[in-house]
Every structure is written in structure tokens, then in C-alpha cells.
Ligand binder design. Structure first.
Ligand code: NAD
Length: 500
């Protein structure tokens, strides 16, 4: 019998009020049942919110440097358990161990960045326009934050949201993706062991439409941070707009790597292999379009196809595996359907294009790394997010055309240009309409101390990471202190007294 795992609500590990559980299976091997996790409901969310409100009242009064010290311990504990966390993550979502190790490291970096932010959280002191008066700002926490996260970065994304929220003095309710509940469970264990007070953190497992929406709709959760698909983000956005909630959305992408004829070809090939097929293409920043300049188009593709065919698919826990499985059957169906659409749109399948089978692969959701040539700008493959190892190749004549193609999609997360010409590089930095641009590097990879996020339909103007995320989890309060001992009227007394 598979082990039953619990929610963390009200300061203790508890069964869901519904009494129901869902299965978590290894996507590389469906016979591997990892465990059962609570399929929670509204009642569980209600208890979590009431508890998080109590937690907030205590936590917000703790000095921020003290909160920072706890975050430092969180980083230390994650470092000590890095190997275990990586293995748990690979088993439940499939990406190879090297990549889940990177996911954990991102969380560790985020913890240490939060630790130091505990001694900053700067406000401003500015001169007042009146005599004997001080004017300043400081950052205060907001309240209970609902965090809803996807499966593809099961540790990094909850830490991007949770750590700045906690450091700023908020309490959190985490609703992890139903495909990756185990990693989230370990993260909450670590937070508690590091010294986060019990009611400051709540973990409610379950389905998006049941638990996620109950958190979003709860009137006592004033902050929602969501990462996931644009379709889900739109539903959440409507509710938050109606309820006047603070909302951060990080959603889909259709990212392009542009390669100029003057680029280092081998470097660009290494980049696109990593960008398109790393994490089995299931990254918001995955390279899903490759834009090749006419002169190098055929030679580049010949070399790339050979390299893509050599990638080894398999269980990410095994040595020598390059590409893991997709997350579930729906993802497999979606990737298969997009290859059919590509063919109808006149694209050529150069390699891959179907489910990978044979031996142990039969037990998992494996899809062959796929390269589609002759994809036309404006076609569905050129515009829509596939979220899998499917690369659409588009040719272009000059840089202006490449910019146009890059910018015609509704998304705007990341972009990349390979060139040896500095003028091209600087033009790309200003002309590519995305939140992140990489020069001579693939479309993926973020550093914890820099802001992360996209423009257009990828986001709603907020950023994760860096210092910018602290803006999201705090309110700026202004304080005026008048020690003149008399009534001073701003914009009236000072100007009345002016000789001009
Ligand atoms: P998803 O939208 O299906 O699910 C994300 C989370 O939302 C899950 O926890 C899910 O349970 C929950 N959810 C689903 N319906 C909900 C509802 N009605 N109300 C509240 N919560 C609900 O996304 P996914 O398949 O897990 O992740 C893939 C998507 O995430 C891709 O589109 C990818 O580009 C995007 N993503 C974006 C970023 C970024 O930073 N921009 C990062 C990673 C992933």
C-alpha cells in the first residue's frame, strides 16, 4: 500500500477534510507509485487561511534581520539535503538529475539572497518641503499570500515566491502542482526545521480547480502569486481583478533563438540543444523557435539533427540520460497533436515527431526530440506554446526580419541572439520584445539576484527574483513626522512664505 502524505495546516500535519487522496506516479515509469497526496477541498483552504492569519500577526512583528537568519538556515538545510531533493524531484517530474540539482541550487541561492535582504528591505528618507518635518517610507508586509505553482520547477518556483514573501513578513499558503507534491512536502519540512513558526506556512495539496481556485477566491488572501499556463492565469486574473487583489502572473512563452550567419555555429548548436530539449522542452523559457539566417540554414540543420538524434532518452535518475519524459499523458497527446498540425501547415519533420518507445521507455511518457523545418511565420507552430521537445525552425533574410518574427507572438518571456557582431547584439537588446534577452547563450537560465519575468501575455508586469520581487510582497508606507509644534500645511504654507 502506498504511503499517504498529509497537508500542513494549522501548525500540524493533517489529513484532508475530504478524506480523499490522489496518486503521484513517476512519469518515466508509470509502474512506480510514489505515494498518495491529499485531494483537499474548500474546508481545508478555509482552515489554512484562518491559521495563516494568526501566523501573520506574529510573524510580521519579528525584526526582518531575524527573519533573514531563519532564511539562512533554510539555505543551509537545503544545501545539506540537495542530493535527496534532486532525486525526489527527478522521480516525480522526470527531468535529469543534473537539472533537478540546478533547480535545488536556485532555491538555495534564493534563500541566501533573502537572508541578506533581511538587513536591507530599504525604505527612503527624503527632505520634507516643510521645516522641522521628516518624510520617509518603509516596507511593510501585506498579509496571507496564496502561492500557486507549476510542475516544471517544483522547488525553485515555490522558493521564488515563498522566500521573499516570508522574508517580508507575510504568511504563505502553498498549493503546489498536483504532479509534484513530494518536493513541496520536503520544502515545507525544511522551512519548519529552520524555525519558521508553524502557522506562518500552510501546505494544501490538491487540484487547481478545487484548491487553487478556493485560495484565489478567498477574501482573506489579499496576495496571489501564480506561475503556470496563460489559460489558467487568465481565469485567476479575472477573479483577482474583481476582488482587487494584488496578483503576480508568470505564464507561457514561445521563445526564439536567432542565429546570424556570422555566429559561432558550434556554440549556437550547443545552445539550441540545451534550450530546446533540456527539461524535455517543458520550461517557460524553452527554445521553441529557431530562427536561422538563409546562408547557414541548411548546414546548421544538418549538424543539429545529427546531434539531436544522439540524445539519450530515459529515466532521469540513470547515468548518461540526456532527456527525461514528458509530465503526463495529456502532454504526450498535446505534443503528438502539434506535430500533426505542423505537417498540415506544410512543415517537414526532420527528426522525432512521435512517442519514443521500446524497452523501459514504454512505461513512461517519452517523446522523441523533434525538429520541424519550413515552419512559416504566422502559422500555429510559429505562434503557440507546445511545452515539449518540439523545435520549430524558421528562416530569415536579415536582422529586421528576425526581430519581426520574434516579436509577432503573443508571449514575451525570453529571446536569444547568436552573433559575433556587437552592433547586432546591441540592436537585439533593444528591439527584441521580451523580458529577458540572451546574447550568445540559449533562451534559458536565470540567476536568483536578477529579476525574472516576461512582457505581453507572459506576465502582468511583476517580476520574480532579484530585488524587484520584494516590491510585490510589501506595501510602501509613507510616514511624515512634524516636530515644529505648529500646524504646517503642505503646498500652502511653504509657498505662501516664498519670496517668489
Ligand atoms: P497549469 O496552469 O496547468 O497549472 C499551474 C498551477 O495552477 C497548478 O498548481 C494547478 O493545479 C493550478 N491551477 C490549475 N487550474 C487552476 C484554477 N482554475 N485556479 C487556480 N489554480 C489552478 O500549468 P502547468 O501545466 O503546471 O505548467 C506549465 C505552464 O507554466 C506553461 O505554460 C509554462 O510556460 C508555464 N510556466 C511559466 C513560468 C514563468 O515564469 N513564466 C515558469 C514555469 C512554467
Amino acid at each position: 500500500m502506498a504511503e499517504k502524505h498529509l497537508n500542513f495546516i494549522g501548525g500540524e500535519w493533517v489529513e484532508p477534510a475530504t478524506g480523499e487522496y490522489f496518486e503521484n506516479r513517476n512519469p518515466a515509469d508509470q509502474t512506480d507509485l510514489i505515494g498518495l497526496w491529499p485531494r483537499s477541498g474548500k474546508e481545508d483552504v478555509e482552515r489554512a487561511v484562518q491559521s495563516a492569519k494568526r501566523g501573520f500577526e506574529e510573524w510580521r512583528r519579528r525584526p526582518a534581520p531575524e527573519r533573514g537568519e531563519i532564511m539562512r538556515r533554510v539555505g543551509d538545510l537545503m544545501t545539506a539535503r540537495k542530493d535527496e531533493l534532486s532525486r525526489v524531484m527527478t522521480r516525480e517530474m522526470g527531468k535529469v538529475l543534473k537539472e533537478t540539482g540546478g533547480d535545488v541550487q536556485e532555491g538555495i541561492d534564493t534563500a541566501y539572497f533573502a537572508a541578506t535582504e533581511g538587513r536591507r528591505l530599504y525604505g527612503k528618507t527624503v527632505p520634507s518641503e516643510l521645516r522641522d518635518k521628516w518624510a520617509m517610507t518603509y516596507r511593510r508586509p501585506i498579509g496571507v499570500c496564496g502561492l500557486i505553482t507549476p510542475f516544471n520547477f517544483p522547488l525553485a518556483i515555490p522558493t521564488w515566491k515563498g522566500f521573499p514573501a516570508l522574508l517580508s513578513g507575510n504568511s504563505i499558503i502553498l498549493k503546489p502542482a498536483e504532479d509534484t507534491p513530494h518536493t513541496a512536502t520536503l520544502l515545507v519540512e525544511i522551512l519548519l526545521e529552520a524555525g519558521i513558526p508553524a502557522e506562518v506556512v500552510q501546505l494544501v495539496h490538491g487540484l487547481g480547480a478545487e484548491v487553487g481556485s478556493a485560495i484565489v477566491e478567498h477574501p482573506d488572501v489579499p496576495v496571489i502569486s501564480f506561475t503556470g499556463s496563460t489559460a489558467t492565469g487568465s481565469i485567476i486574473g479575472e477573479t483577482c481583478g474583481r476582488m482587487h487583489k494584488r496578483l503576480s502572473l508568470e505564464m507561457g512563452g514561445k521563445n526564439a533563438q536567432i542565429v546570424m550567419a556570422d555566429a559561432d555555429m558550434d556554440l549556437a548548436i550547443d545552445g539550441v540543444l540545451w534550450g530546446a530539449f533540456g527539461t524535455t522542452g517543458q520550461r517557460c523559457t524553452a527554445t521553441s523557435r529557431l530562427l536561422l539566417q538563409d546562408e547557414i540554414h541548411d548546414e546548421f540543420l544538418e549538424k543539429l539533427v545529427e546531434r539531436a538524434r544522439a540524445l539519450r532518452l530515459g529515466n532521469g535518475l540513470e547515468d548518461g540520460v540526456d532527456v527525461g519524459p514528458l509530465i503526463h499523458q495529456r502532454a504526450l497527446d498535446k505534443n503528438t497533436a502539434y506535430v500533426e498540425i505542423a505537417k498540415q501547415e506544410g512543415a517537414r519533420v526532420l527528426t522525432g515527431g512521435k512517442r519514443a518507445t521500446g524497452g523501459k521507455l514504454d512505461n513512461g511518457y517519452f517523446f522523441e526530440p523533434t525538429i520541424l523545418a519550413d515552419v512559416k511565420p504566422g502559422s500555429r507552430l510559429a505562434l503557440e506554446e507546445v511545452f515539449g521537445p518540439v523545435l520549430s525552425v524558421i528562416r530569415f533574410k536579415d536582422l529586421d526580419e528576425a526581430f519581426r518574427i520574434n516579436n509577432e507572438v503573443q508571449y514575451g518571456l525570453s529571446s536569444s541572439l547568436y552573433t559575433r557582431d556587437t552592433r547586432n547584439a546591441f540592436r537585439a537588446m533593444t528591439e527584441l520584445d521580451t523580458g529577458i534577452t540572451y546574447i550568445n547563450a540559449p533562451t534559458i537560465g536565470a540567476e536568483a539576484h536578477l529579476p525574472f519575468g516576461g512582457v505581453k501575455m507572459t506576465g502582468n508586469g511583476h517580476r520574480e527574483g532579484g530585488w524587484e520581487v520584494y516590491e510585490f510582497y510589501t506595501e510602501t508606507k509613507v510616514v511624515y513626522v512634524d516636530y515644529s509644534g505648529r500646524l504646517q500645511r503642505a503646498q500652502i504654507d511653504n509657498y505662501d512664505a516664498s519670496p517668489y
